[in-house]
Write a protein that binds this ligand. Structure first.
Ligand code: GLY
Length: 593
């Protein structure tokens, strides 16, 4: 992220704050300026946060097509100011009715992930459009067609390719190259689109117009549904028929989103609303917070404080313990009981936290057994973890009435399956690779995240709302596969323990480990991140065995983790603010009355 862009985002935030102090208004925080503008337009035209969220999501399909869209799914968390209620629209993709536990390992051996994840077999039944439509009908004030208008204009007239899209095309792992229809959009004439190129998407514009005219059934039934079913039967040639998708017209016609209640957790007197199963997001964030709460993480006089080795060590060990549990216990609990109560029980978390040793990396932790604190779950066995993708997108919106949306949305990997629906211009997800590739061999033991017909793959997405004394304070979330959980955790600790503003909390360098066994990834080397995690802290982590080998006094923290877009309401003034992430083209726009 160039420093100038970062400064631009900060200036926008400051301008927002100044303007909003005079007259409370709405704010959108999105990873792309054109999509932020689409949301702002809805607010300016009298729409509420739900209308704006719909417009942002559709616009992101056009300008950030590698991350989310109507070919994917997501979780829209909505706070309704009038009732104080928080609800979630779960539009997670589902496995087709013909999906089977061993479909990624037909001979008992897992398929090549690279091949399976770019074949129709990986495509889940998409949910985004049904989810957005449901949210609009329940809580929106605008018609679906009105919220599609900005996206249709962007697709028809075109937009300038930004650095992030250009880089994702260039470093696509082949995903914009296998399917001719995808290559034709993003590599016209065999040349990858570069930053500054103009991208027009007539097929996508036509699709969105058709949906605007006829509603979601134009997608889930009829010619477009037939085109989806047909194209997901494509497979990489190495896999043969085993790589073909199993989705049918009936799967599409029957898809329905779910409405869920949030998971509620508490940390040092603050309340969090988090994402329940089928995501592991809320549970894992809350487990880590529960293990960390006994420690005075903000107290630098006791050797803690932001970025100190003592704080970082505790974060890492709590992450490793929670991710060990996640691998075993979490999945779609409409299909498999998840012991939510046990996993978050104070006494269970105390037994887990007791495994942490100050100043020493623990041996690879196993999952714990929360069932004594929760009788709803069946025992599970550890499974091989699926690979996790760094992409997805998150945006947050607050409107003038105080309604809030915190929405994380995805097509799974960057570019999803890489399969564009011919003639319709949008990418299909590869969300089914979020399931375990290898099923449990002992079916009595079960496995929370094995493939099953109609089941939702376990997610890490963690749209979050923060409350204090019953009042809404902030909405945030992040992309980044399993690192989503840790990005949300880092920001939460920065706000609550380290007393940062939301913009500081987002910009500060992050740290993440997503496997019990794994090494840590961390930030600090990027030129926009000053200061990063200090070299002394990195050396301390290296000595503890948390970081890979390297020379003392050298930069080890070079990763980029997540992209958090947030809105908040200043509790003292009631002023809505936005904060955006310099790791993408994060943009905050305020809309006056
Ligand atoms: N596919 C990313 C997630 O659901 O966490």
């Amino acid at each position: 992220m160039p420093l100038l862009q970062y400064v631009y985002v900060l200036v926008l935030c400051l301008l927002s704050a100044a303007a909003l102090a005079a007259s409370p208004v709405g704010v959108v925080a999105v990873s792309h300026p054109a999509a932020a503008a689409a949301g702002a337009r809805m607010l300016a035209e009298g729409g509420n946060a739900i209308d704006a969220a719909a417009a942002v999501q559709f616009a992101l399909n056009v300008v950030e097509p590698q991350s989310s869209g109507i070919g994917g799914g997501g979780f829209m968390m909505v706070y309704l100011a009038k009732t104080g209620e928080t609800v979630i629209v779960d539009s997670r993709e589902r496995a087709p009715a013909h999906a089977r536990a061993d479909m990624f390992a037909p001979d008992g051996l897992p398929m090549s992930f690279a091949l399976a994840s770019t074949s129709g077999l990986a495509v889940g039944v998409p949910g985004t459009l049904r989810g957005v439509d449901l949210a609009l009908r329940r809580w929106g004030s605008k018609k679906l067609s009105a919220t599609l208008a900005p996206a249709i204009e962007l697709a028809e007239r075109g937009f300038r390719v930004n650095r992030f899209l250009a880089e994702d095309i260039l470093h696509d792992g082949g995903r914009t190259q296998w399917q001719p229809e995808t290559a034709a959009i993003f590599r016209p004439g065999g040349v990858p689109l570069a930053e500054g190129n103009w991208l027009v998407q007539p097929d996508l514009a036509k699709t969105l117009k058709r949906i605007a005219a006829r509603g979601p059934d134009a997608f889930y039934r009829g010619a477009l549904a037939r085109a989806i079913v047909q194209v997901q039967q494509r497979a990489r040639s190495e896999l043969g028929a085993a790589g073909r998708g199993r989705m049918t017209l009936a799967d599409l016609a029957h898809y329905q989103p779910a409405i869920r209640a949030p998971l509620i957790g508490h940390y040092r007197g603050w309340t969090l609303a988090g994402m329940p199963p089928p995501s592991s997001g809320g549970l894992t964030v809350m487990q880590i917070l529960g293990m960390l709460e006994p420690y005075p993480l903000g107290d630098s006089a006791q050797g803690y404080g932001f970025g100190s080795p003592k704080t970082l060590h505790l974060m890492i060990e709590a992450m490793r313990l929670a991710f060990a549990d996640r691998a075993v216990w979490m999945g779609d609990d409409d299909a498999v009981p998840v012991p939510r109560r046990g996993l978050l029980h104070r006494d269970y978390l105390a037994t887990r936290a007791a495994l942490i040793q100050p100043g020493q990396r623990m041996d690879t932790p196993q999952a714990g057994d929360p069932t004594p604190w929760d009788k709803t779950a069946i025992p599970a066995q550890p499974r091989r973890l699926p690979a996790e993708s760094p992409h997805t997108t998150h945006f947050s919106i607050v409107d003038r009435w105080g309604n809030v949306v915190s929405y994380t949305s995805t097509i799974e990997a960057t570019w999803g399956s890489g399969i564009t629906v011919p003639g319709h211009g949008f990418l299909l997800n590869n969300e089914l690779t979020d399931f375990n590739f290898l099923p449990a061999t002992d079916s009595a033991a079960g496995s929370a995240n094995d493939v099953a017909p109609g089941k939702r793959p376990r997610s890490s997405m963690a749209p979050t709302l923060l409350f204090k004394d019953g009042r809404f304070v902030a909405a945030y979330g992040s992309p980044g596969g399993a690192t989503i959980i840790n990005s949300v955790l880092n920001v939460t600790l920065n706000l609550i323990d380290h007393g940062m503003t939301m913009q500081q909390a987002i910009a500060a360098p992050r740290l993440s480990v997503t496997h019990a066994v794994g090494k840590v990834s961390c930030e600090g080397g990027q030129d926009f991140m000053r200061p990063g995690l200090g070299l002394a802290a990195q050396d301390a982590l290296r000595q503890l065995g948390h970081l890979g080998l390297g020379d003392a006094g050298t930069q080890a923290c070079l990763d980029s983790i997540g992209s958090v877009q947030a809105v908040e309401i200043d509790p003292a003034s009631g002023v809505p603010l936005g904060a955006a992430d310099p790791r993408r083209e994060g943009t905050v726009i305020q809309v006056g009355p």
